[in-house]
Design a protein around this ligand. Structure first.
Ligand SMILES: Cc1cc2nc3c(=O)[nH]c(=O)nc-3n(C[C@H](O)[C@H](O)[C@H](O)COP(=O)(O)O)c2cc1C
Length: 233
């Protein structure tokens, strides 16, 4: 299995030079080429789909970065010495569109011949900005409690699964890259190079040892949800 690098699902999520995209039909030729290169070497091709939230860069997106909580995101970016343009807050409407953007990227990946997608929910990007109590200070449907901070991720997973069903591709893999770096975020000592990523089924015991209530709850939820998906396949 070969998981390709972070691929943008929307214009407001561009943050790398030459950032690969899965945003519209126009992106199909390049997606097809990437899938073909991997598959021609005998590996399963997995497209990692991604949105950086506050870490989007205006020089690529041509717009101000967006995050679940603007004020907190600006503080964190300044702490990290990564503040470029003031971050604005996602509206409820844009959050709902974003869920569709992930669904659309999943559909494009299926059309392009990938064997699966992976949601990039590690390395402080958008998913983490939603589930992190340090990043997410919202008080609407998308924040304010453990359950609500998970809402975004769970809705995206559901939307991707619906696409898989619509395309009649029960074999299509839907992965989720978790992170256990939350401890660092809570202490506001963020350092992406010290993060560790856990495969839910195998490393849950290690997460338990960290005694991070928030993270444990989140991972348990996902384990439950993803095991359900696996048993459905
Ligand atoms: C230049 C660079 C690019 C990266 N690109 C991705 C990526 O596209 N997708 C991803 O999941 N992680 C990406 N990462 C994160 C790494 O996969 C990994 O989480 C990080 O380097 C920490 O792990 P390590 O301690 O084993 O290096 C990238 C890291 C670096 C340094």
């Amino acid at each position: 299995m070969y998981i390709l690098g972070a691929t943008a699902v929307s214009q407001d999520g561009l943050c790398f030079p030459g950032h690969p995209r899965a945003m519209s039909e126009k992106d199909l030729p390049s997606l097809e080429e990437r899938a073909k290169i991997v598959k021609s070497q005998g590996a399963l091709a997995i497209n990692q789909i991604h949105h950086p939230g506050a870490f989007a860069l205006k020089q690529y997106s041509r717009m101000d970065p967006l995050a679940p909580s603007a004020e907190r995101a600006n503080e964190i970016l300044k702490q990290l010495n990564q503040f470029n343009n003031p971050v604005k807050e996602f509206t409820d409407e844009r959050i709902k569109e974003l869920i569709n953007d992930f669904a659309k990227a999943t559909e494009l990946s299926i059309k392009a011949g990938f064997d699966g997608i992976e949601l990039h929910a590690a390395n402080k990007y958008l998913f983490q900005q939603f589930y992190s109590p340090s990043f997410n200070k919202r008080t609407d449907d998308w924040g304010g409690s453990d359950e609500k901070r998970m809402n975004f991720a769970l809705k995206v997973v559901d939307a991707c699964c619906e696409i898989r069903e619509k395309c009649k591709r029960p074999d299509f893999i839907i992965g989720y890259r978790l992170t256990a770096e939350e401890e660092l975020l809570l202490k506001s000592q963020f350092n992406i190079y010290t993060c560790h990523n856990y495969i839910i089924s195998e490393k849950l015991e290690e997460v338990k040892e960290l005694e991070l209530k928030e993270l444990k709850l989140y991972m348990m939820k996902f384990k439950e949800k993803l095991l359900l998906l696996v048993s459905e396949v």
